[in-house]
Design a binder for this molecule. Structure first.
Ligand code: HEC
Length: 143
């Protein structure tokens, strides 16, 4: 009988841990691009040469037409005005683990197509491919 109670307590504890971790950023090492699209997405590379002008263009789009700041924050820390209501939380672009575990192609895919089941909507049709690449160059400046 005692053993059963211990098992039950452990289960409750495990459940609480899971619920707590769900209210934060999702596990970063897990790729966000669906498995059947991952290889193609990872191979995408920016056609634009990096330059200070491109970063400035990306910044203007991030804080303007792209509306990214609403969730990811002006600081890029994932703390925009809309972020508090979102589960999982928006990505914090200062997180080095994020940049270690994504190719730029995956980042591009996520911005273009969105991540289903999260607040991250796709921007296909609202931003051109070149605009998305410019924003990615700005996101890198948070590294
Ligand atoms: C309505 C809120 C919202 C807006 C607006 C938004 N995002 Fe996101 N974004 C999210 C959330 C939530 C996640 C986390 C999804 C997850 O953990 O799977 C996310 C994740 C991401 C990621 C990480 C993808 C990955 O592979 O982990 C990138 C990159 C990103 N967003 C870029 C952008 C850019 C660029 C814009 C503007 C063009 C933008 N987001 C606008 C909510 C938003």
């Amino acid at each position: 009988m005692l053993n059963n109670q211990v098992v039950l307590l452990l289960l409750v504890f495990a459940f609480l841990q899971v619920s707590l971790s769900l209210a934060a950023e999702r596990q970063i090492m897990q790729p966000r691009v669906p498995a059947n699209k991952l290889v193609a997405a990872q191979a995408l590379t920016s056609p634009l040469a990096d330059s200070p002008e491109l970063v400035e263009k990306g910044k203007a789009l991030y804080n303007g037409k792209g509306t990214c700041f609403n969730c990811h924050g002006k600081s890029g820390e994932g703390d925009g005005p809309v972020a508090a209501g979102l589960d999982p939380s928006p990505r914090n672009f200062h997180n080095q683990d994020f940049w270690r575990h994504r190719t730029e192609g995956e980042v591009f895919w996520a911005i273009k197509n969105g991540l289903s089941g999260t607040g991250m909507i796709g921007f296909d049709g609202q931003l051109t491919d070149e605009e998305i690449w410019a924003i990615i160059q700005y996101l890198r400046s948070f590294k």
